[in-house]
Design a protein. Structure first.
Lengths: 452, 452
């Protein structure tokens, strides 16, 4: 049943567009959800997309525009007049989507579009929402909600809700406010269905309502909705007056973005990119970490250069340079990833940093002993010099301990100073551990080769 | 307003437990959500948790148990008899949570607990759900839902819903079925509120309902709910009979797990672990990739060993071994991360592999030229030998091209053969690129040092 985009499907649509066969195209589009049509737009050039767009009924066209990703939407809206954008799209959108779409335009276009919105209240809502930082609850919320006064009877309440419901797409909860607009609770539709109509709203309302303020950071909003399994979360101003609500679908995007951002950081990618982005965007997102890696490599070259004479005498010392560097990097990335993920999930608990370091030290010691013994046994058979055998095992163990320590302490320290701890993963920690690891390795090597 | 766990707070609770001050403890617990109490349990030993548990009212106690994470819950339930588990917890849970909790027990305990559930229908629902693979829609769904026949009038329908609603926590949609239980649509509570009571259900129902089958993989379920912004998704059997529904809160967990799994893979962690897990769990999750890294390091040592004589003559060749290895690793991880994330998000579109490789080649060439020129300029000033200067730049450029190629093609190939493409990131691709990069570097070095 779910739609899957295929080359054949795109070709069928292309054929109908080339033949200007509107009937065939309409037949295809009719069966599709706006989110599917948005995927198709993604594959089309602007003329093809416009041809399809004119065939959609107005409601579906507006929904499709809301589903497009930012770049595509901007590209597409450029070809439409402010009036068409206002009347055919914005007026049919929820206030949060409308604020996002208008917020992406330049100021002049924003004013033009807003001036064409007939419903002054709607235009006002959109302007209100555009004022909030997009990384806060205010930037995520929509104005559409159903609110009832706690002193009304259920009969009054149902009548009022019939009026308000026209504007709201999905009704999950009804918000209960007092005479001053202060949020006092929620009333579920289920309880309204099951209760006597003469009761007052406050008698059936749930007073334990979880809410956030407009300036709550979006990561915190996501954390709260996730932890308490909420589908919708009311937003108030600083004195508790109800202003809007955030729905879970917007927060799923935040949760995903967060998780993906950490992954991209760990992979050395500095912007949110997709494989289909332009070459220049991809290059720009990738070169900063590569440049840092290059600088690290030059530093490492200088560390090794310090031991040039030793390497000239004992070139076999060079054999294990990559192993030591790689293991330091791997262990450091593991340690920091565990901390970064714990911080992101708020799952580190309340235990102290010392306790974390202690546990990490034990884990590192176990791994260090196991791996050092394995490489020792390998070298007993494979290596000619006892000095090298001993150097590699001692260095490997030391590097694993140090890398665990830095991998744990650095993200915790960054987090303490409000810097994104994910910075500590990926190329940064790899490079740091390369330098430190080789310094330890070569120093131990110099001593052991000289004495044994 | 949202609760935040602190050391002080835990100490206050501990104090009240030690003093056996039930009143103080109840006062603290009363203000908290079950999800908060579960966080507190997480910090307590079993006796402390039991003391608190006995103070909770039964409903809240059941909700708290459902919020605990698997390990804690298993640990806690061990201390309770099957009858208590059945009557005080399971009977108050939604069928999907109940099936999860019972599914974690050993077979004997499962049977005992099931035998103590009084409501035969509920026990039957749980047994039905336990039969589904936990990685499919069947494993995610709950049986509780409200369904009405399409031929009923709204008046009939409301009466029937009042009956069914007692059992269902949250009502988002009412499902519309025909006489054979086949899912034919949904009816929103909003439209019911707004419509004339004499209408038939089918007149106000939305027939374009998106549903999945019980055997749809959970990743696909998550993708569908995310794409279409669904809060709840009905599940049918293979001929379309309505069996259950999946709510977004369960799918948020799937979405997060997916994103985190990729991150953990990229960081060389093979199990879903938390920083507070036991030492042995942490060690077990980390050593497999470290072992692979070690094997890779040994292979690399052999590649370098092949050039021992060259390194003895030109020890400065060793300086840039870590740089070449690290850059190969970094570029490879970047390339594979972009593909892995694209596959996970289904955002690669329908373009061919050739086109992807072509774009990747252009990006790699740009980055390669920029970085090779930088290191060339550095070496012109820093290095004594022209051979080394040239070797490093040529090798760096080649390594970047090769690493991009492998980083792109390997996850795509793995995905084609239904192997998790995230395997291609992290230590695996780093090690592969180490070996390849150093082979290229040393080969070019041998040639250039011999000829220049």
């Amino acid at each position: 049943m779910p739609f899957e985009l295929s080359k054949d499907f795109i070709n069928r649509i292309r054929d109908s567009i080339e033949a200007k066969d509107e009937k065939a195209a309409i037949e295809i589009l009719d069966t599709l959800h706006p989110a599917d049509i948005a995927e198709i737009y993604d594959e089309m050039d602007i003329d093809e997309a416009k041809f399809l767009y004119l065939l959609l009924d107005k409601e579906k066209a507006a929904d499709t525009i809301a589903e497009l990703d930012e770049d595509d939407r901007e590209h597409f809206l450029k070809f439409l007049s402010s009036e068409v954008i206002a009347k055919q799209f914005i007026e049919k959108m929820d206030s949060d989507d409308a604020a996002d779409v208008i917020g992406d335009m330049d100021e002049e276009k924003q004013e033009q579009v807003l001036s064409h919105i007939e419903d002054i209240e709607q235009a006002g809502d959109i302007v209100d929402l555009m004022a909030y930082d997009e990384n806060t609850a205010g930037g995520l919320m929509a104005k559409e909600l159903i609110k009832v006064n706690e002193n009304w009877t259920l009969t009054n309440c149902l009548r009022e809700m019939r009026k308000q419901a026209e504007e709201v797409d999905e009704v999950y909860y009804v918000y209960v406010i007092n005479d001053n607009d202060i949020l006092h609770g929620t009333a579920s539709l289920k309880r309204m269905l099951l209760s006597d109509n003469r009761k007052k709203v406050k008698d059936i309302s749930n007073k334990d309502v979880i809410s956030v303020k407009t300036d709550t950071p979006k990561e915190e909003v996501a954390g709260i909705m996730e932890k308490y399994d909420l589908v919708v979360l009311p937003v108030t101003d600083s004195i508790g007056r109800l202003l809007g609500r955030i729905t879970i679908d917007d927060v799923v995007d935040v949760i995903k973005e967060e998780a993906e951002k950490d992954y991209q950081m760990a992979s050395g990618i500095s912007e949110d990119i997709e494989s289909t982005d332009k070459v220049w965007v991809l290059t720009r997102a990738r070169i900063p970490w590569l440049f840092i890696g290059l600088l690290g490599g030059i530093l490492v070259a200088n560390v090794i250069g310090f031991y040039e004479v030793d390497l000239g005498m004992y070139p076999e010392m060079a054999f294990f340079i990559p192993l030591i560097a790689a293991m330091g990097g791997n262990v450091g990335v593991q340690s920091s990833a565990i901390i970064v993920q714990g911080l992101a999930n708020n799952s580190l608990g309340i235990e102290s940093t010392y306790k974390k370091l202690g546990r990490e030290f034990v884990v590192a010691s176990i791994n260090g002993v196991i791996l050092s013994v394995i490489i020792f046994i390998y070298n007993v058979f494979a290596s000619d010099t006892y000095a090298l055998t001993l150097t590699v095992s001692i260095a490997l163990f030391s590097v694993i301990i140090f890398a665990s320590f830095f991998g744990t302490i650095i993200p915790l320290a960054l987090n303490k100073y409000k810097i994104d701890p994910a910075l500590a993963t990926g190329p940064f920690i790899t490079t740091l551990n390369d330098i430190m690891g080789l310094f330890i390795y070569l120093m131990i090597g110099r001593i052991l080769f000289a004495t044994l």
